[in-house]
Design a protein around this ligand. Sequence first.
Ligand code: S3P
Length: 425
Amino acid sequence: MQFTKVHSLKGELKIPGDKSISHRAVMFGSISQGITEVTNFLQGADCLSTIDCFRKLGIEIDISDQKIIIQGKGLHGLKAPSTTLDAGNSGTTTRLISGILAAQDFDVTLTGDASIQKRPMKRIIEPLSLMGASIESLKGNDCAPLRITGSKLNGMHYQSKVASAQVKSAILLAGLYANAPTSVTEPYISRNHSEIMLNFFGAEVSTIDTTATIQPLPALTGQKIVVPGDISSAAYFIAAGLITPNSEILLKNVGINPTRNGILRVAEVMGGNITYLNANTENGESTADILIRSSDLHGITIEGSIIPTLIDEIPIISVMAAFASGTTTIKDAAELKVKESNRIDVMVENLRAMGANITGTPDGMIIQGGFPLLGAVIDSELDHRIAMSFAIAALNATGITQILGAECVRISYPNFYNDLHSLTC
Ligand code: S3P
């Protein structure tokens, strides 16, 4: 797919539903008693993988344009699937469902696409095994395919080495089935959608500092969930509106949960002109409309506890940094190497190909902004966040940019290119 420079971006967008929250609504609805109705569900490939897995586990899920309806069967209502479960490209599906499957009274094999089969699963195998789970990496490389043998689980406290909501959530979900309370402490707080939504379904999850604790065997009951717009998808338009001259973009109903809103905090410190309108709270998640206007950005240092709150936005933040004056330094973000692609290497290689001054480091990158970008051929490595980041860079580069594998945006934002096109003047 090809992109060229634009002179301005103007208009209003309704950002599609949050991916993390959509996954959780399907999972928690499936193990709750009764009907769960989810509106603004993200019908991207990753969340459809979660639906496919739960259908194979015996849950009826009806999908329409407006909402999805899940016929929950309660904590002990899942059935042994007749085939392997396929999580596709989705790390969230793979890791969170493992916490549930570890406690069932049947065995399953769980796999995913080529990218998933390279992503580290030791981070969930280790804590779940400490609870009594039996999980085998079938190729012996601590990656999927995983053979999960349902087991009786013990409550425990786990000190996680990484700030990861997927690890935390897998442990909390296993804790639903354990014989005693289960808690997880992380180095910094990661996104807390599981804690918020599990409580909404009737579980008892408490959080003190960076420790989340769950009480076992709650009565979970089906709920109505309204999914906020995904700030990780809004991020491309936040950056686009800030770096493209003469631009004004209104993004409607975006989730601004403080454990996810690092992109907004960073953009403001860089000098971004951002206005919040219509603040609201739905199912414990805060939302707002966000008005973005073109701004002169300057480089900053991004490190420490803010990193987990913007981990998926670092590719687009590095694009913003290339258009900012001065140096942007990103540290403490080694997790980027184990996402859908190695996002440090892929951003450095591709931004350099466009003429940016960027250096990779073991845990991040250093970007000297202000070097004009030129069109180039960009290999997205089938990573949705890389494809979308370079589509935005290309709108502000001289010449033609071609993005290889551009269709991978179907993972989290199937309508991305149409939405982007609707803003071009
Ligand atoms: C997610 C957590 C994050 C994030 C991913 C979605 C989630 O991963 O990068 O896109 O829904 O819990 P980690 O937990 O591995 O940091």
